[in-house]
Ligand binder design. Structure first.
Ligand code: ZN
Length: 423
């Protein structure tokens, strides 16, 4: 492998989809403006983008740079996946089949399945087990074009296991090319042992699980639904999280409209996620505050649920929309952002341009990293993907297969011809 600090110019790119533009999240019509350069090239030095422009200009401007042939590929920024439950243990194929056969969530839980079965398996797993299980997931993410991802704890629901999950995220971030941003989701559920005394678990969250894990997580997230944590309880827990120095994310209005989006605006959350049942007031609120709406259409597809987020309405109202996989063992088991893009087009009626914006620059803003990635602009990390497609518009039209050719992470080629380059 070459030394990326020396610098090179990658040319013979049919299109470079730069997403260059405003330093703010993209809204409304901006979500369709991708700033595409036909016959483009990128100059990379020290792992960052030194220049982006037309091939003719850049080859003339940098005549002595080492040249890398892009072989006519279409180049996009690496995807940012802003909502994953990456460090989990165990599988849930029994739940998947039971659901198809018509069993309810409660019946599945009673038979030992559901989120609590992942919790039991994750509590038993060692740090090594968690890292070993998650590594191939990260490889699949990288091979599907994701170069940065958010990762949540939330299957421990006690100090020891939540810490182990966050330590696994830290270790994976250090050893794997995909950059990870950690989120403390100790408020994912109420654990079995506190089911008769939710108040005691909320006190444990506020006084122990949030402060003691702060050094391992940038964000704090919560499952805000009446049957888990109500909007009132969520406000209380997230306010404490802010006092402890966390930035905020919320699983908001997924199943019922409970004012989750409004709460996200009120608390200055970086993102509000799911939003299948967002209210009119919630849409208005998100359109006029800085919180990003992270939509997870893979989940409603996977569960065959009707609560699809009203993406068209949100975009037209001026909400900044991002997309994520929601990678998790029970309700959406995929590492593939390209699959999510297709589902967002088909189910949410987003356009190809909008889904690309939602998976790159807006997704980067949804993890607080819009200034360093998500678009191909001078000074940002050289995180980009070469796609074996004839035009950027083609990308979400072809699904269930991998059209990634090469992936560059911080200027290094980490995937070549669709396969991980061993480091
Ligand atoms: Zn989630």
């Amino acid at each position: 492998m070459s030394d990326p600090s020396v610098g090179f110019i990658i040319h013979n790119l049919k299109q470079v989809v730069t997403l260059a533009g405003s330093s703010l999240p993209r809204r409304g019509k901006e979500m369709s403006e991708l700033a595409v350069i036909e016959d483009g090239a990128i100059v990379v030095a020290n792992g960052k983008i030194a220049e982006v422009g037309s091939e003719a200009d850049l080859l003339a401007q940098f005549p002595n740079s080492r040249r890398v042939d892009g072989q006519g590929a279409v180049c996009l920024p690496g995807f940012v996946d802003p909502h994953t439950h990456l460090p989990f243990y165990g599988t849930r194929e029994n739940d998947f089949e039971a659901r198809i056969l018509g069993k309810s969530y409660a019946e599945i839980a009673l038979a030992g399945g559901g989120i609590r079965s992942t919790m039991r398996a994750t509590r038993k797993a060692s740090l090594d087990d968690l890292v070993t299980a998650a590594k191939p997931r990260l490889d699949r993410m990288l091979c599907s074009g994701t170069t940065t991802a958010e990762a949540k704890s939330g299957y421990g629901l006690n100090l020891e296991t939540e810490r182990r999950q966050l330590l696994a995220i830290k270790e994976l971030d250090e050893v794997h090319p995909v950059d990870l941003v950690a989120t403390n989701l100790a408020a994912h559920e109420v654990p079995d042992e506190y089911r008769e005394d939710k108040e005691a678990y909320i006190r444990l969250l506020c006084d122990k699980l949030l402060p003691e894990l702060k050094e391992l997580a940038q964000f704090c997230d919560i499952f805000c639904e009446d049957h888990v944590y109500s909007a009132k309880e969520s406000r209380r827990i997230l306010s404490r999280a802010k006092e402890h120095g966390y930035q905020i994310k919320i699983h908001a209005d997924e199943i019922e409209s409970v004012g989750g989006a409004e709460l996200a605006c009120e608390l200055g959350a970086v993102s509000a996620d799911h939003l299948g049942r967002i209210s009119e007031a919630g849409i208005k609120g998100l359109a006029s505050c800085e919180t990003i709406a992270v939509l997870l259409p893979g989940t409603t597809f996977y569960l065959n649920l009707p609560n699809k987020a009203p993406a068209r309405k949100m975009i037209e109202a001026g909400v900044a929309v991002a997309l994520a996989t929601d990678l998790n063992p029970g309700s959406c088991l995929t590492e593939s952002m390209p699959a999510i893009l297709t589902i967002a087009c088909a189910d949410l009626r987003m356009t190809p341009g909008e889904v690309i914006t939602a998976a790159t620059i807006n997704a980067a803003h949804a993890v607080g990293m819009g200034d360093s990635r998500g678009s191909l602009e001078r000074g940002k990390w050289a995180d980009f993907v070469l796609w074996d497609i004839p035009h950027w518009r083609y990308l979400p039209t072809h699904f269930g297969v991998n059209l990634v050719k090469d992936v560059y992470k911080k200027g290094r080629r980490v995937v070549q011809d669709g396969r991980r380059v061993s480091s």
